[in-house]
Each structure stands twice: as C-alpha cells, then as structure tokens.
Design a protein around this ligand. Structure first.
Ligand SMILES: Cc1cc2nc3c(=O)[nH]c(=O)nc-3n(C[C@H](O)[C@H](O)[C@H](O)COP(=O)(O)O)c2cc1C
Length: 278
C-alpha cells in the first residue's frame, strides 16, 4: 500500500481556519525553531505549489502515489463521469486490495451527489456479490433495491433510494461538509458479528486493514481521475446503521470516505516527494 506518499507534505496552517478539523499531517519533520523562519522560507521556495491532477490516463502510478493528498474541502459542483465512478468502484475490489488473503468483508453504502448519468441517491455495492442478498435481508428499511445498469463487466450496484443525500451524508459524517460537497461519499459496512465468530476477535483489526486498503485504492483512483479523496474517520456509527435500517450487529460501519472536486487550501504547502529519486 502506498502509504509512503504521506511523507511528501509539510502543512502550515493559519489560525482559526476550518482546516483544523483534519488530523495532523504526517509530513517530514517540521523545521526546528532554531532553524527558524529562514529555513522555512528556503524550504517554501523549493516547494512545488499544489496543482490539480491532470485528467490523463498517461499518469503513471509513481506520479499518482507521490502527488496524492487528502482533499481538505470540496467545491460542491464537480461532477464525476460515470466511467470514472465505475472505475473507482472496480478498484475497491481489484489491484492491491485483492491481495488480502480473505474473502471481502467490507461493502459500500454510497451517497451519490454528483455523478453524471447516475441519479443522486443512496446506493449499495457489495464487494462480494454473494453477500448482497444477505445485506438486503438485514436492511429493515423498505428500500427499492433496483439494480443499476453498469455494463457487462461493471461492478454490481444497487439503488436503495433516489433523492438528495447531501444533508444525510453530512450529518452522518460528524456534520463535515466534505461528505456532502463531493461527487459521492460512502460508508464502509463490515460483515461484523459472523466474521468475528468465524475467525475470533483477533480479526477485528483485519476488518480495518480491509477498510484502509479500500481507502488507499480510492485515493489513487481518484487522483488518476483528476479528482481527490479524503478518508473520514469521524462519523456517527449508530445513526449510520439506523439510516440503513441495520438493526443487528451482522454489519457495522467502520470507516467513511469521500471523493470529488477538491478546493485548494492556500495554507497547505506540498513539497516534492522523494526529490532525490525523481
Ligand atoms: C483513518 C483516517 C481518518 C480520517 N478522518 C478524517 C476526517 O474525519 N475528516 C477529515 O477532514 N479528514 C480525515 N482524514 C484525512 C486526514 O486528515 C489526512 O489523511 C491527513 O491530514 C494526511 O493528509 P494526506 O492524506 O494529504 O497525507 C482521515 C484520514 C484517515 C487515513
């Protein structure tokens, strides 16, 4: 997993900004006080300003890994092309994430806001198609469960309810705008109780590994599609379960995520990743 990309950023935050909601960035060691402002200014002069990822299939993996960042804000208008959306969904089960040595346990409840050709609404993607009927049976809400046409090789997608999901997504993710101003956000629903019974409690962190692997795949695919993503660790799990009608502990929400058109925060500075290896 390309977590090494985290080493690329030093963030300098102004006071009182909304970016305070983010976790502290894991960049290179900050300049010490003794090195002072001169060192900071010199580093800034060497830095490359943030540039939106070009929409190009030519983008190599190395570049994507090095330039990928979490979006701190989304523009509330960028639409994702349907093909890009399908590619992102596909990536949650292929590539590195498929290397996990167990059957997929984590499924996606999607709040679609701005995907061209796909009506806003609440959707479900079971990463293990055999699990979908069981998820449907566990949902105690009268959802529509309409299969979305995704093409022969496309990922399976089910529409649970049509309609604007922005307020719901925002509220469920601790009232963070990033869940509503994106193209789509999602909750990762783990097959929980049966999995822990089958494997034992030690498997609990493995469910988070799976969520993290899905998240990293989404980070990279979003970058390749010219948009950006952000992991959302702050969400209200019980209201998420209530919104989906999941009363039992068979499925539990473990992680949220959001993907869309990013808004640059001028207070953040990005330095070249591993410049010596460029
Ligand atoms: C597990 C996890 C949970 C996160 N939760 C949130 C969140 O609730 N809200 C938010 O704005 N960003 C969240 N982020 C994004 C982090 O703030 C971001 O990844 C971090 O600042 C590092 O920046 P980078 O991804 O650009 O390297 C989360 C990231 C991870 C990996």
């Amino acid at each position: 997993m390309p977590e090494a990309a985290h080493a690329a950023t030093a963030a300098h935050r102004g006071s009182g900004g909304s970016a305070g909601r983010r976790c502290a960035p894991r960049g290179p060691r900050a300049p010490s006080r003794s090195r002072g402002r001169a060192a900071l200014a010199a580093a800034a002069a060497r830095s490359t300003p943030f540039t939106r990822a070009p929409r190009s299939r030519e983008l190599g993996l190395r570049r994507i890994v090095r330039q990928r960042r979490s979006a701190v804000d989304f523009d509330g208008k960028t639409e994702l092309a349907f093909d890009d959306f399908a590619r992102l969904l596909h990536a949650t089960s292929h590539g590195p994430v498929a290397g996990l040595p167990w059957r997929p346990n984590v499924h996606l409840a999607l709040f679609v806001h701005r995907v061209r050709g796909l009506a806003p609404g609440l959707y479900l993607h079971a990463r293990d198609a055999d699990e979908r009927p069981l998820l449907q049976a566990a949902c105690e809400k009268p959802f529509a469960w309409e299969r979305v046409e995704m093409g022969a090789a496309g990922p399976e997608l089910w529409r649970l309810a049509a309609g604007d999901q922005r307020a719901t997504a925002r509220a469920l993710s601790c009232h963070q705008e990033i869940a509503a101003d994106s193209a789509f956000s999602l909750g990762m629903l783990a097959r929980f109780e049966p999995t822990l019974q089958e494997h034992g409690a030690w498997f609990y962190p493995r469910l988070f590994w799976e969520c993290g692997a899905i998240g990293q795949s989404l980070y990279l695919e979003a970058e390749a599609a010219g948009v950006r993503a952000t992991g959302i660790g702050c969400f209200f799990d019980e209201p998420v379960h209530a919104a989906l009608g999941l009363a039992s502990t068979r499925y539990r929400s473990l992680y949220h995520f959001t993907v869309g058109g990013p808004v640059e925060d001028g207070r953040l500075q990005t330095w070249p990743a591993y410049p010596a290896r460029a």
